[in-house]
Design a protein. Structure first.
Length: 327
């Protein structure tokens, strides 16, 4: 997780640095991505703790319905002076409000933000009504704006990466994407936007862990280029990124929370990460279940581990519930 922590810290720093450097312009632009959501958390607020749902969607051009391809809860904990990122497994089997049970990532498809918020609250006991969403085009656009990113292509992945890259090319709504270009050789390669996203999304040739490592490799390459970017290019970066971002946070909330999070990280020099359900655990089983396909089934009582991590700052591996129920 150390690489991931560095990535998040750098991106949070950029989130704050860009507004500070071009404040007036940024304030105006941030207002353009604000969209209200018709939902208010049913759980009582915990003073000093803010939860924001970060999602990546698989929306295709012209589609109004999509699934959440990735979901993380960003917790800004001003009580314990901690920033946390909790990944929620997209294939977690949950009860969808007003519908049959299914995968967590279908909640957004059926009921947009309100159903996704309500599902997380009902299933995991985490109060949440703030969200930041991006779609595939955001990563592709940033990579192209930066002139590409260098990654290491394994030989056994080459054909599969090209297959995914073509799918991403078809999704990419940039007028400057040109004709499709496949990757011709393995080893160190500089990838354009749709190639980098294809590289990140390959699943079939190896493990989920390897896929995560590829995603981290792309994010690290993006982060390295962003760190060396001249502040004069920040407005262009915002113009590139923001069309693919939407949030129910207003400009004041984004700036305030960003500054708070960065201040906590600067003092602790760390960001805590976790995942739920806890895959390598006796309380979680994966497999084909009913009509939902391949899902993660988890012990509902184990949500106390997630709640303690977010609200009480107790690391999951130190939680007494797991120690007392290890068999």
């Amino acid at each position: 997780m150390s690489k991931l922590k560095k990535i998040i810290i750098t991106l949070l720093a950029l989130l704050v640095a860009i507004p500070v450097c071009v404040f007036g312009y940024t304030y105006y632009k941030l207002n353009s991505i604000h969209e209200d959501t018709d939902y208010e958390s049913k759980l009582e607020d915990v003073k000093g703790i803010t939860n924001i749902l970060l999602t990546g969607t698989d929306a295709r051009p012209g589609e109004t319905a999509s699934r959440t391809d990735s979901m993380m809860i960003l917790t800004i904990d001003n009580v314990h002076k901690s920033v946390k990122l909790t990944s929620l497994a997209r294939d977690t089997y949950v009860q969808l409000p007003g519908r049959s049970p299914g995968k967590l990532n279908t909640a957004y498809f059926w009921g947009k933000e309100p159903m996704l918020f309500e599902t997380i609250e009902n299933e995991f006991g985490i109060g949440i009504d703030k969200i930041i969403q991006v779609d595939f085009n955001s990563l592709m656009s940033i990579v192209d704006m930066l002139g590409g990113v260098e990654v290491n292509i394994p030989q056994n992945n080459l054909s599969e990466i090209n297959k995914y890259a073509k799918q991403c090319y078809d999704l990419y709504n940039s007028s400057n994407k040109g004709n499709f270009k496949q990757i011709n050789s393995a080893g160190k390669q500089t990838l354009n936007g749709y190639q980098a996203l294809g590289f990140s999304r390959v699943r079939k040739v190896d493990t989920a862990i390897a896929r995560d490592e590829r995603q981290q490799e792309v994010l690290m390459a993006i982060t390295d280029k962003l760190k060396s970017m001249s502040p004069t290019k920040y407005p262009k970066l915002l113009n590139t990124l923001l069309p693919y971002v939407k949030t129910n946070l207003d400009s004041n909330e984004i700036l305030t929370l960003g500054i708070t999070a960065l201040g906590i990280i600067n003092n602790s020099n760390d960001i805590k990460t976790a995942e739920f359900p806890i895959i390598d655990n006796v309380h979680v089983k994966g497999g084909i279940y009913k009509n939902a396909g391949w899902v993660w089934l988890y012990d509902k009582n184990s949500t106390v581990v997630l709640q303690d991590f977010i609200y009480k700052d107790i690391n999951m591996e130190d939680n007494e519930y797991l120690k007392d129920n290890s068999n």
